[in-house]
Design a protein around this ligand. Structure first.
Ligand code: PNS
Length: 159
């Protein structure tokens, strides 16, 4: 059984993430989307909300599951018998840090990282930009799954 993980903050999940998850699910028997809990980082959505939004957006993908973790991605991999991390690369600017992280993860646990080039349709897209534009009235409807759009609109109206 070949199992891979797509780790991230997913605050919130975007269509760029969904594109990578969908393509990863075509390459691996099982893909686990792992939401990282970073107590030092303020997020718009709780971990439970982020997990639920990803579950809803990936419900048509039978071999994709969603989980959350604290600590190192490689420890999550060890616990779940996962041998590969899949990351989307949007631009060259992503590469330096991602390569360093990939090498560290291999050094520490022998876990491989596979980089997938982002669909050019979403090359500019990030969760931070989605939140920023949505907050100030931008139209992000084509950039996030419908469930995320709904929850984003509600959450931003609350604050
Ligand atoms: O969506 P993000 O915030 O860019 O995701 C970054 C993430 C979660 C993939 C990365 O920060 C990570 O792997 N964090 C877990 C902690 C960890 O393993 N750190 C060491 C990396 S060498």
């Amino acid at each position: 059984m070949r199992r891979a993980v797509c780790p991230g903050s997913f605050d919130p999940v975007t269509n760029g993430h969904i594109d990578i998850i969908t393509r990863a699910a075509q390459l691996y028997d099982e893909v686990v989307v792992a939401v990282v809990l970073n107590p030092n980082k303020t997020t718009l959505f709780t971990a439970a909300e982020r997990v639920e939004l990803i579950r809803e957006a990936t419900k048509a993908l039978d071999n994709v599951s969603v989980d959350r973790f604290e600590g190192l991605t490689v420890d999550f991999c060890r616990r779940n018998h996962i041998s590969a991390i899949i990351k989307g690369l949007r631009a060259v600017s992503d590469f330096d840090y991602e390569m360093q992280m990939a090498q560290m993860n291999y050094n520490q646990a022998g876990v491989e990282t596979l980089f997938m080039t982002t669909n050019p349709l979403y090359a500019f897209l990030s969760s931070s930009l989605v939140k920023e534009f949505a907050k100030f009235g931008g139209d992000v409807s084509g950039l996030v799954p419908p469930g995320v759009l709904e929850k984003l609109t509600t959450r931003l109206n609350e604050s």
